[in-house]
Design a protein around this ligand. Sequence first.
Ligand SMILES: Cc1cc2nc3c(=O)[nH]c(=O)nc-3n(C[C@H](O)[C@H](O)[C@H](O)COP(=O)(O)OP(=O)(O)OC[C@H]3O[C@@H](n4cnc5c(N)ncnc54)[C@H](O)[C@@H]3O)c2cc1C
Length: 493
Amino acid sequence: MSNDPQHIVLIGAGIMSATLGVLLKKLMPAARLSIFECQDKVAAESSDAWNNAGTGHSAFCELNYTPLVDGHVEIGKALGIAENFEVSKQLWAYLKETGAVSWQFPFINAIPHMSAVWGDENIDFLAKRFEAMQKAAIFQDMRYSADHNEISEWAPLLMDGREAATLLAATRMDAGTDVNFGAITRGMIEYLESCENVDINLGHSVSGFTQHANGRWRIEIEDLGRETDLEIDADYVFIGAGGGSFPLLEKTGIEEARGYGGFPISGQFLKCTNPDVIHRHLAKVYGKAAVGAPPMSVPHLDTRYIDGERALFFGPYAGFSTKFLKNGSYMDLPLSIETHNAWPLLAAGIKNVELAKYLVKQVTQSREDRFAELCVYYPNARIEDWELITAGQRVQIIEKDEDEGGVLKFGTEIVCAKDGTVAALLGASPGASTSVSIMLEVIARMFPDEINSRTWQSALTEMIPSYGTSLIDDGELCLSTRARSNAILELNY
Ligand SMILES: Cc1cc2nc3c(=O)[nH]c(=O)nc-3n(C[C@H](O)[C@H](O)[C@H](O)COP(=O)(O)OP(=O)(O)OC[C@H]3O[C@@H](n4cnc5c(N)ncnc54)[C@H](O)[C@@H]3O)c2cc1C
């Protein structure tokens, strides 16, 4: 790419494109950035606070990040997620400290993260998990209790109406957070709008691509307001279209996109409408997922702060829809099936019978069935205090596999062309919490030489002071970095 300044197109105005835009503007101040978003507002899909659970995923409470393998609790994945969240906090702290972004409401709030389990086997697992995790500095200060009185102090609703004979145990990390990812996204996009050489185009849907012989991309865009089509050329393209990334990646025609398919699962929550109940609970309490349930369906009773208001949610309940986006089309799934991904999709379907059974059960649930699940976490709940709301769509990745035909994946995957000119983000977990680390990885894949330059390294260290050092290996640095970010973000634990 010899053009200078370069033109980079970011598709979608969710947290991923917003984060990438902020990082790139610092690294390449002269570059032109164009963001195209099909909705008429920013963060209208998964990044909106009402469309996700707002958990700052740090692996403090999510039991699916610490599997039991041969009698031992593996904490490697949890360490990585906890470190990535501290990286995100550093960028947000930088934006706040430098005044680049001004947020109307605190977008991140201190909320203890708890895990709660019932029955001998689960209690044994939680005790082993606690023992393994508390050795790492990043999980220092985790507490464990099997005492009803103490657990009742930590989370009164959990014990309200519970039989005294119930065997249960819980862990608690005070350093947990609730995050309004929509507010972060809007703040970052407002900041980008104030920068030179950035244009934000709402109501513009990207519909196709052609790569020129010189490597540049022609991008076809529908201007939905004016009902006209336009074409622009760019040096680099990032597809951060959430569930809409699958069809767009296919349209690039790049070799690396072959064999991928997407399977949408929607989320619903029960939202508490009784202010007295909302104010009796101050924690995110995560339990164990049901058999066959996908990892992101772990039930949780969750304090939230949305635009300054405290709220209480329980869920998620999984739903099935053929839409890839909440505001998408029912034809999204059928139209995404092509010859290159038909077999991986079918093979993954055959191998995930338990998931299919689980989804059928979830979709056919009555109001009473959903309420019964809530009562496992809050035995004295009253059905009239809760209403059902629909959150966002997650599109799980189905990837071609030599041995198995196709495998269903619940993580996040970056697909990048060999020449680095186009990259797409697929999947949605652990999601927005780790957006900064994921976007740093996208930058490393698209700009492998530049990222190692002294200028880029120093700009990255200015934004993310721990950049290049492991917060897992360096416990002291981990704790001082966390303390610094918490102070700037006004997280008073
Ligand atoms: C139910 C649920 C609960 C979740 N809970 C959590 C949680 O607790 N913690 C956490 O960290 N993460 C959570 N996540 C995941 C998190 O919300 C996502 O990982 C994150 O918001 C994804 O951001 P994004 O920018 O990739 O996508 P999005 O926010 O979906 O943004 C993509 C944008 O692209 C636009 N777009 C799509 N197609 C086109 C096109 N053709 N042209 C132009 N624009 C287009 C869309 O309109 C949208 O605005 C949850 C997700 C769901 C669904």
